[in-house]
Design a protein around this ligand. Structure first.
Ligand code: HEM
Length: 139
């Protein structure tokens, strides 16, 4: 299939900036995710976005630019729920679909899903509870 005109056909630092900016614009407007981010980040968005450019650069370009501990950061967030990862991944994939060719979209999607799964396990897995979480035990 011919790539749609103007969509990214490779991963670059400029492309990551566009992807991250577009994704967090959607996140901030989202009724479920928006409040969690606004509470944690307040007026510090430029700093958060810089961190996320570095994170995706490390993940996709193995640049080593990101230094941090996402597990600890997410553990400290009030209002985190396993189900919110589904929403996060849907918005992320929607952004990739708008901006990237299929192969690049798939590459981002695979990484995002893998990282989301390991974050979810780190945050919510308990040996004495079933995994994945059951809808009926979510409350
Ligand atoms: C339910 C889904 C998620 C929510 C609500 C969420 C929310 C947040 C918030 C509010 C912050 C800022 C924390 C702070 O500065 O105090 C943050 C940071 C971050 N998030 Fe997420 N996140 C989610 C999923 C993910 C996923 C799936 C990834 C990776 C694929 C990710 C990667 C990161 C990274 C790298 C940081 C920066 C951590 C640092 O300060 O070094 N997040 N997240």
């Amino acid at each position: 299939m011919t790539p749609a005109a103007g969509r990214m056909d490779h991963v670059s630092e400029d492309g990551i900036r566009l992807l991250v900016d577009t994704f967090y614009t959607k996140v901030r407007a989202d009724s479920e995710l928006g409040p969690i981010f606004e509470r944690a980040i307040k007026d510090n968005w430029p700093h958060h976005l810089e961190k996320m450019y570095a994170f995706w650069s490390s993940v996709m370009l193995t640049s080593g630019r990101y230094k941090g501990n996402p597990v600890i950061k997410h553990m400290a967030l009030p209002g985190m729920q396993p189900e919110l990862f589904t929403r996060w991944l849907a918005l992320f994939d929607e952004t990739c679909r708008e901006l990237c060719d299929d192969a690049i979209r798939d590459a981002y999607k695979e990484k995002a899903e893998r990282i989301a799964e390991s974050l979810k396990l780190a945050l919510f897995y308990r040996p004495d509870r079933p995994w994945p979480p059951q809808a009926s035990s979510a409350s």
